[in-house]
Design a protein around this ligand. Structure first.
Ligand code: CTP
Ligand code: CA
Length: 228
């Protein structure tokens, strides 16, 4: 499933990749974040570039450097990520949502640093739901880009993993979901990854295990297959 070295099968194709993990501020020095390093999304951007695509990488708090030869848009919050993707998606052929997007954000953001004297022994932060970017892209009228999402799940059962991916593809009207199991040494932060690429019907388009670059090439090949 990995493209032959030097294959330029995405020449003339416009690809948007989101990568990394969003941060939702609580106060000027604190945020709600997640363990996404951005490595898989950066590998996707590199692989798309090498296959000849025009690539926009929208990166949220990347722990790795963005690749050369791609248009890099740094963002931090879900609102910034959404604006970056939604404003560019009408011109895209493929959008891959590899970023880990915070489902919630604080209702209010303190303008000065929160103090424990003021908060006491316990306190709560009220959260409100963020927009679902992938679902919003999926609701757009045709023509729309090929939409690929990710689902990082701690579920161990292979059949249940596929069912969850299919359910997310269905709910968000995405063409493909790359499901990966996350645990110690797998997924977040790790050098290697393992994904099953499914559609809303639960049909498996590809399985890939190996470096994040190998996984990236498998995902792009599957996305190209949808578009063809
Ligand atoms: N996603 C998104 N906007 C959000 C949340 C998720 O675009 N507000 C995208 C992610 O980038 C990913 C896909 O949707 O490509 C699936 O994300 P995931 O967190 O697995 O799915 P959720 O629908 O948020 O379900 P849950 O977290 O409850 O499993
Ligand atoms: Ca989520």
């Amino acid at each position: 499933v990995v493209a032959a070295a030097g294959s330029r099968d995405l020449a003339g194709t416009r690809v948007i990749i989101t990568a990394g993990g969003t941060r939702e501020p609580i106060d000027p020095v604190r945020f709600i974040g997640n363990r996404s390093s951005g490595k898989q999304g950066v590998a996707l951007a590199e692989a798309a570039r090498d296959r000849g695509a025009d690539v926009v990488l929208i990166g949220a708090n990347l722990e790795v450097a963005p690749p050369v030869g791609v248009d890099f848009v740094p963002v931090s919050t879900v609102a910034e990520l959404r604006d970056g993707v939604v404003s560019r998606s009408p011109d895209a052929d493929i959008v891959v949502m590899a970023a880990a997007v915070s489902d919630y954000r604080p209702v209010t953001v303190a303008t000065t640093k929160m103090k424990k004297d003021a908060e006491g022994d316990s306190f709560s932060i009220e959260l409100t739901a963020n927009p679902d970017i992938l679902a919003e892209l999926g609701q757009r009228q045709h023509p729309r880009p090929v939409l690929v999402g990710f689902a990082a799940e701690t579920e161990a059962d292979a059949g249940e993993l596929i069912a969850r991916g299919a359910g997310k593809a269905e709910r968000k009207n995405a063409d493909l979901i790359a499901v990966n199991r996350v645990d110690e040494g797998r997924g977040f932060g790790a050098a290697d990854n393992e994904v099953t690429i499914v559609d809303r019907y639960g049909e498996v388009h590809a399985r890939a295990a190996g470096s994040k670059r190998e996984v990236a090439d498998a995902i792009l090949a599957a996305a190209r297959g949808v578009r063809a």
